[in-house]
Design a protein around this ligand. Structure first.
Ligand code: PLP
Length: 401
């Protein structure tokens, strides 16, 4: 007997469809002429400081006196301390409140295990698909409510009037590229405190934040320690998508009523990790530690700045050509309104066939993504120039549709 909840995953998984369309195009167009702005994956090579640290950790393991087997399920203290010092020194977060993992995806799709069935869950629309799909698989399909993020709401979810127990927020957002400011996040924290709700705050793109009014961590908001869990990753901040390292931060102040007692979510997550997770590879944790060395900081920062420069150029180029687009300021993603009210897929096909540009149709991220396209700036300057040149013909093409 299979888990029938898989049948409830109604939304088409769009990436195989995009792959197929791209494959078809490549039968008649050389690869070098195609600009892939669809992928949210790194385009620059791994930082040398990170690579050296990983390699030397592997060699360390070849010596009998420094061999390593299973590590602690919560992560090695050296990395937890480094993160605490570099990311949270002013935010009252200690090393033992930081849990190392192999990806936000792994943890944010598992965190609901800590909670009882039947709780009311709120998820942004459009959304990073993992929140929604993991809750559906876990049998919570009927408990999910979508929070519209439209032009009218400034592409951020508005605080609801009804009660929710568990809320997924992502800032800066994938797919819209729009970040929530201090005031908006404070409204959510105040709501969670009033409603005794828990916020799962996905900060995968924290390293891309420039705007002074956008917090890098939810723990900058007073009261967040009691109601929010933060998820961060080295994937996009330091090019770790292929080697994997992330962390989940749960303050000791986050306690949930359970019968006649209060339970610490930090302790419960620790217990869950002890049971289910045997820890992240030692060399990878040394690699993540190296992102905080002087050279590591410089190398990874320059990668983030490079992607941000591509986002800025792409967005400015599109706006100069009369298109409407959002995001791209504190994020590598641009949320492009389809011209002439074209559907997302229609516009996707037009971009692919006429401009040889791969994007992602917004409706792949939810109903509120209809009429939008996501562009990713995880690419090179050369490709951005090529894309802008190819798009120049598009305003004319759109008039013909
Ligand atoms: N959260 C968001 C919003 C993302 O966009 C992504 C990756 O694209 C992830 C999480 C996955 O992060 P990780 O590589 O740490 O699993």
């Amino acid at each position: 007997m299979l888990n029938k909840n898989f049948d409830l995953l109604k939304r088409e998984y769009i990436f195989p469809i995009i792959e197929k369309k791209l494959e078809d195009l490549l039968k008649s167009v050389p690869k070098s002429e195609v600009v892939n702005l669809g992928i949210g994956d790194v385009a620059l090579p791994l930082s040398p400081s990170v690579a050296k640290a990983i390699a030397s950790a592997c060699y360390e393991m070849t010596r009998p006196e420094t061999l390593r087997g299973y590590g602690p399920s919560a992560g090695y203290p050296f990395l937890r301390q480094e993160i605490a010092q570099n990311e949270y020194s002013k935010l009252q977060i200690q090393a033992n409140e930081i849990f190392i993992s192999d990806g936000i995806n792994t943890d944010i799709t598992a965190i609901q295990e800590l909670f009882a069935p039947g709780l009311k869950i709120a998820i942004p629309d459009p959304t990073y698909p993992a929140y929604l799909d993991s809750n559906i698989i876990a049998g919570r399909a009927h408990d999910i409510h979508l929070l519209p993020c439209t032009k009218e709401t400034g592409f951020v979810p508005a605080v609801p009037t009804e009660h929710f127990d568990l809320i997924f927020l992502v800032s800066p957002s994938n797919p819209t590229g729009v970040a929530m400011n201090r005031i908006q996040l404070k409204e959510w924290i105040d709501y969670a405190r009033r409603e005794k709700a828990i916020i799962f705050f996905d900060a995968a793109y924290a390293a891309f934040i420039n705007s002074a009014e956008v917090p890098h961590s939810i723990f900058e908001i007073p009261g967040a320690h009691e109601v929010a869990i933060e998820f961060r990753s080295f994937s996009k901040s330091a090019g770790f998508t292929g080697i994997r390292c992330s962390y989940t931060v749960i303050s000791k102040h986050l306690k949930v009523d359970s019968g006649d007692k209060k339970v610490s979510l930090k302790d419960l997550w620790n217990k869950r990790q002890n049971i289910k997770y045997n820890g992240l590879a030692y060399p990878i944790q040394r690699g993540a530690e190296a992102t905080y060395s002087e050279s590591g900081k410089q190398e990874t920062k320059s990668q983030v700045l490079y992607y941000l420069a591509q986002a800025k150029k792409l967005k400015a180029g599109l706006i100069a050509q009369g298109f409407e687009c959002y995001g791209g300021e504190d994020s590598p993603y641009i949320w492009w309104k389809t011209p002439n009210n074209l559907g997302s897929w229609e516009f996707f096909d037009l971009l692919l066939e006429k401009c040889h540009i791969v994007a992602v149709p917004g409706e792949g991220f939810g109903n509120c993504g209809k009429g939008y396209i996501r562009l990713s700036a995880f690419t090179t300057e050369e490709k951005v120039n090529q894309a802008l040149n190819n798009i120049q013909a598009l305003s004319h093409l759109c008039d013909l549709v």
